[in-house]
Design a protein around this ligand. Structure first.
Ligand code: MLT
Length: 260
């Protein structure tokens, strides 16, 4: 399905079930399809909303920068138009940055929060500079520049690397550049964690080459109602690498939200 929000056409899917809805937000260069298996097998009870962020999947890819707060506004308008007041929002990596921006901008709409292989901080100077170098590479070589650098670092599993590689290659260069600019410019939201007083979950992969395990532990400790799940043998893509474990952690989060 498509919907016009915030001046862009967003592609999304929804599956009926118990409310509040669970919004699952994919990471950089990917799209909503990364959640399909997890949702079909492990989250059958809940209303689920799977958006493609602007610049990704089937959504429009206008020129950026895509401020992370703008991506959060897109989602707020999507759930508004769908007629839902409150949601549980769970974001993977860049999707986690968006989930935190949603928590900051729309606290009254937040029933629960999930942060999956992500972090609350802003970029180091080195990381930011790397993003601007990559933007130049995308301008000259297209999405391949991201796929070649990022996909092999996402997982030990060749099938997961392959799937991510294909998705990144299909992503619009303008979308990748807009998201890289937005990530580079995002503020540090670490101080926000202490104020998020809804059931929350932090999921880390013990073999993640991108998001740091100790940092994930610290985020869970800072969240007043934060649970922490650390997955052995898992990299940056638990929804594909360990769908059973992630599905059960998300299901428990939903039960906590409903019983809170
Ligand atoms: C992601 O997986 O969404 C990105 O690698 C996150 C990032 O580059 O900070």
């Amino acid at each position: 399905m498509n919907i016009e929000v915030n001046g862009v056409r967003l592609a999304y899917e929804t599956r009926e079930g118990a409310e509040p809805p669970l919004v699952l937000v994919h990471g950089f260069g990917l799209d909503r399809s990364i959640w399909h298996h997890l949702v079909a097998k492990h989250l059958t009870k809940w209303q689920v909303i799977l958006p493609d962020l602007r610049g990704h999947g089937g959504s429009d890819a206008p020129k950026g920068p895509y401020q992370i707060s703008t991506l959060a506004q897109d989602l707020a308008q999507l759930i508004d138009q769908m007629g839902f007041e409150k949601v549980v929002i769970c974001g993977h990596s860049m999707g986690g940055y968006v989930a935190l921006a949603f928590a900051e901008g729309f606290p009254q709409r937040l029933a629960g929060l999930g942060l999956i292989t992500t972090n609350a901080g802003s970029d180091s100077a080195e990381k930011r500079a790397g993003r601007y170098d990559l933007i130049e590479e995308v301008r000259s070589r297209g999405a391949l520049a991201v796929a070649e650098g990022l996909a092999p670092r996402l997982s030990h599993y060749p099938s997961v690397i392959d799937e991510a590689y294909q998705l990144i290659c299909q992503t619009s260069p303008d979308g990748l550049i807009g998201a890289l600019e937005g990530m580079a410019e995002r503020p540090d939201r670490t101080a926000l964690l202490r104020k998020i007083d809804v059931p929350a979950l932090v999921v880390a992969g013990e073999d993640d080459q991108i998001a740091d395990l100790d940092n994930a532990k610290a985020m869970a400790a800072a969240l007043p109602k934060g649970d922490f799940v650390s997955l052995p043998g898992v990299g940056h893509m638990p929804m594909l690498e360990a769908p059973d474990a992630l599905g059960s952690a998300l299901h428990s989060l939903m039960e906590r939200v409903v019983n809170s």
